[in-house]
Design a protein around this ligand. Structure first.
Ligand code: HMG
Ligand code: MG
Length: 298
């Protein structure tokens, strides 16, 4: 059996755009958020408060957050790797902040310039300050099946990271296949390891589609009862510190899958497909969504 409804978190404005080489105008980012919420998305990952030297594309975080017209009932989340990021984010009052760690030491070093243990030490005050400010806290866990530098990551490492996140007060976690190497059984084992520390309502799937497995992995997670997923309109994106990795699974494709299973998402698929076509045009490339392309060709 499958969950009756699924909550999708569109990470397009953040994960989707962070790796774009050409600067994307702030107004385009703002309009993307507006179009996503108009299509029925109720959670949107908007931007990151990270070093502009590391990720120049997210340097307009304040302007994007200030530019969006917020809708009641929509949760706007942002990435904050440290206290400096959190302090900057607090000025813009996100609904949720995201600390991001990894199940791989090498990836942790490359992405946030510290070990896993050091990252948890950095996150702890961030989590505490956010929660004291009444802001929800999510933890992204990268490389839960494979790492571009270390190869396969055993589920125990994922369980260990989930426990560390839980210990510092992170309320829910994303099980991320950063480089899209996972296949359904591997992804299920990673999720299983996390379920020792978080209940199913507080675990989400975050699958990049590098090897074309992300929809299969989504189905495998759904079969376990996972009902929160991150995905990216038009399949935009990739992490700048994960060489060769492509974007997240396209939101349109996930919605098509879910609606086909009779699962409610609250999303207007056609409006979403149009949003995917629009942002792809803005970026000067074809959409990465198969369902989006097919729907608009009809
Ligand atoms: P660091 O160099 O170790 O930091 O970077 P530091 O504390 O030593 O500071 C160095 C400089 O950075 C200083 O500036 C700080 O002020 C500045 P300087 O004095 O040299 O001019 N700085 C900052 N500036 C703005 N905002 C901040 C901030 N912190 C320090 N928050 C740091 C450590 C974490 C900052 C850096 O490594 C970084 O920004 N990394 C960003 C990595 C990133 O954004 N990756 C992509 C997102 S994660 C992802 O995509 C994966 C995910 O999708 C899940 C999945 O798929 O796996 C979530
Ligand atoms: Mg990602």
């Amino acid at each position: 059996t499958y969950p009756r409804r699924v909550r999708l978190i569109d990470v397009g404005p953040r994960d989707g755009l962070q790796n774009e080489k050409q600067p994307v105008p702030t107004a385009v980012k703002v309009e993307l958020v507006h179009r996503l919420q108009a299509a029925g998305l109720r959670e949107i990952e908007v931007t990151s408060y990270v070093s502009p030297k590391w990720v120049p594309q997210m340097a307009d975080n304040h302007a994007v957050m200030q530019g969006i017209e917020r809708r009641a009932g929509v949760r706007y989340s942002v990435l904050t790797p440290n206290m400096k990021g959190l302090e900057a984010a607090l000025q813009d009052r996100p609904d949720e902040i995201v600390v991001f760690g990894a199940a791989s030491e090498a990836f942790s070093q490359r992405n946030i310039n510290c070990s896993i243990a050091e990252s948890i030490e950095r996150f702890a005050p961030v989590v505490e300050a956010a929660r004291n400010a009444g802001i929800a806290v999510r933890g992204a866990m990268s490389c839960t099946v494979g790492c571009p530098f270390e190869g396969d990551i055993p589920p125990e490492r994922v369980g260990m990271l989930a426990r560390l996140m839980k210990d510092i007060g992170v309320q829910r976690v994303d099980v991320a296949d950063t480089i899209g190497v996972g296949t359904p059984l591997k992804v299920q084992r990673a999720i299983e390891a996390v379920l020792a520390h978080y209940d199913i309502d507080h675990v989400s799937g975050h699958f990049h589609d590098t090897y074309g497995q992300a929809l299969a992995n989504t189905l495998a997670a759904l079969q376990m009862g996972v009902w929160n997923f991150q995905c990216s309109v038009a399949g935009l994106g990739g992490c700048p510190y994960a060489p060769g990795a492509t974007g997240n699974v396209a939101t349109e494709d996930v919605v098509y899958l879910l609606h086909g299973l009779g699962i409610d998402t609250g999303i207007d698929l056609l409006a979403l497909a149009e949003t995917g076509a629009w942002i792809s045009e803005q970026l000067g490339r074809p959409t990465g969504s198969r369902a989006g392309r097919a729907l608009l060709a009809r």
